[in-house]
Design a protein around this ligand. Sequence first.
Ligand SMILES: [Zn+2]
Length: 188
Amino acid sequence: MDRLGRLHARIAAQRNDWLHKLSTELADMHPVIAIEDLKVTAMSASAAGSIDAPGKRVRQKAGLNRAILDQGWAEFRRQLEYKCAARGGAVVPVPAAYTSQTCHRCGFVTADNRLSQARFNCLACEHSDNADLNAAKNILAAGLAVWAERPVACGAEVSRAKPVRARRAAAMKQEPTEATKANLAPTR
Ligand SMILES: [Zn+2]
């Protein structure tokens, strides 16, 4: 391996080590963790900027740790998921839409609540917070709501739940067939 190759290998090892330390620490402290269900490609795109929003989230992504997380997001999530699961918890993904535009205190949603990358100022109730913290509180609240509604894996619940799922699956299977028949009929 040449010098550059060794350097790349060392950086990769350090990054992996850091991700493991962070995911273990988080899973130890919080077995149930809510995360934004971000597409990795969307994150890369927003960091680089796009035609619609040039460099919109670049400042937010400042800092080495953030850069490492962005690069290793999928791996970080994978680590969190199995480590939380091993502790009897889970990673609960929530839709990323509007988490940064919603006021955590009153629920008012508008892009104008977010005047800068750093500050959140609610136009309805004047709640003011660090923008990332406000978004994180929304994500946590949404995640905990999903977690509270989870099916409990005890015998009675599962045996009652299964037939419902089977019926739904059967109904969903039939619908496209019916629709296809209906669409094909006039052309014949
Ligand atoms: Zn508000």
